[in-house]
Write a protein that binds this ligand. Structure first.
Ligand code: CTP
Length: 400
């Protein structure tokens, strides 16, 4: 749970309702939220909604004398770790760019020295207007982060760019901005998801991997400051923002993508569930059924982790995964040694809360030094633990 303080500025747009969902999400994640609304924003959502969701008073009027602080905006400006504005209207962005402070939100924003994240939401014409674009550029130039508005149907009936990013995406950016950056300067390669081995243009051989663990690793590596490449099989997950996404389908495509990127990596984590077998022959045409049995020959795919283990330099860290149904540690240790990995993250399909599609995992981290069983935890937390261990192995290898 975080003890970080977030000032959330809400300006007057229909997307203000999404800021309520964001407040609830951040509050549940343990952040201390202080909401500041423009007068117009209170026409869309009542301050009471934000007070209930954040558990804190909402600031609207600069001259409100009922607050516990004498100079509320200065107190919050000093206390906040991050100032988020969502939705940010064209008007409020223009005020920020010019340094105008004429209400609680703009006054506090101007007084605040912490990092700032602005999430614009407005009509497409307003967004594309050179005045707005120039204001955004000015603020970017001052080091402020922007989460671009998305395309879609806008409240005014137009279809175009201008929709506020989803609360989940804003929360994701907030976590990145507030995270320490021990992996700054590091390149991290992650593989995720299943592979699909085609039998013909219609059918394929695959497995139950959903990619959640690999995507959590990529997201957390990004949060910790790494430059991340995510080689991903076909999954139903949204791409990870700020990460180089390399979509692949088959084990052979994954091998090519991973081996190409590997030499420049500091840390490589192979969380993908790669098919061990592919069809010896893939038909170009749809195979038609006959009356009898169908026997199709399978052949081994390249063991990518093993190839990497053979090619790895002493200053690179290589981490694999092992999912087992029996003899977890014994099988995982065989993989550690046989594939020349530095660490194997072992998990058992038989453990409650571990395995395919779950949001949690119970893993044992296996290195040359020994086995470290971790508690059942969220996949995002498992990802942080794995990355922290990889970093300490990297530091040890490089003698710092
Ligand atoms: N792996 C790989 N290439 C393959 C198969 C697996 O790189 N063709 C990697 C996985 O990404 C994972 C690790 O090897 O990091 C373990 O995968 P797993 O399939 O559990 O192990 P195998 O070595 O294939 O052994 P077995 O299937 O016999 O358990």
């Amino acid at each position: 749970m975080s003890n970080k303080v977030i000032a959330l500025g809400v300006s007057g747009g229909i997307a203000a309702y999404k800021a309520a969902a964001l407040t609830s999400m951040l509050h549940k994640r343990g952040y201390e939220i202080h909401v500041l609304m423009t007068k117009n924003a209170t026409e869309f959502v009542s301050p009471l909604t934000f007070e209930t969701l954040s558990g804190n008073r909402v600031s609207v009027d600069t001259f409100d004398r009922n607050f516990e602080y004498n100079v509320q905006h200065v107190a919050l400006a000093q206390k906040a770790d991050l100032f988020v504005v969502a939705p940010a209207t064209a008007n409020v962005i223009a005020k920020f760019a010019c340094g105008i402070a004429d209400d609680m939100l703009t006054t506090t924003f101007l007084a605040c020295r912490c990092k700032k994240l602005i999430c614009p939401a407005m009509n497409t014409g307003m967004l594309e207007n050179p005045a707005t674009q120039q204001n955004i550029e000015t603020l970017r130039g001052r080091g402020m982060a922007f989460l671009d508005a998305a395309d879609g149907l806008l409240a005014c009936g137009d279809v175009g760019k201008g929709r506020l990013a989803e609360p989940e995406e804003i929360a994701d950016y907030i976590e990145e901005l507030l995270s320490p950056k021990p992996l700054a300067g590091c390149k991290v390669l992650v593989t995720a998801g299943p592979t699909q081995e085609s039998m013909d243009p219609v059918r394929f051989l695959t497995n139950h991997s959903t990619g959640k663990m690999g995507y959590a690793l990529a997201r957390q590596a990004r949060n910790l400051g790494a430059e991340v490449t995510l080689v991903s099989g076909p999954v139903a997950l949204a791409p990870v923002r700020g990460v180089r996404m390399v979509p692949i389908r088959s084990a052979a495509e994954m091998a090519a993508a991973v081996k190409g990127a590997f030499p420049e990596q500091d840390i490589t984590i192979k969380a993908a569930a790669v098919a061990d077998y592919t069809f010896a022959v893939t038909s170009d045409e749809k195979l038609k059924k006959g009356d009898g049995e169908l026997n199709l020959a399978l052949q081994r795919t390249e063991d990518i982790l093993k190839s990497l283990g053979q090619a790895a330099r002493p200053d690179q860290v290589l981490c694999g995964f092992a999912m087992e149904t029996q003899n977890l540690l014994e099988n995982a240790r065989k993989k550690l040694e046989g594939k020349n990995a530095d660490m194997i993250v072992a998990n058992s399909l038989r453990d409650a809360g571990a395995g395919f599609g779950t949001d949690t995992n119970r893993v044992t981290l296996l290195t040359r030094e020994g086995a470290e069983p971790l508690e059942l935890m969220d996949k995002e937390e498992v990802a942080r633990e794995v990355l922290t261990r990889c970093l300490s192995i990297l530091e040890k290898k490089r003698g710092n």
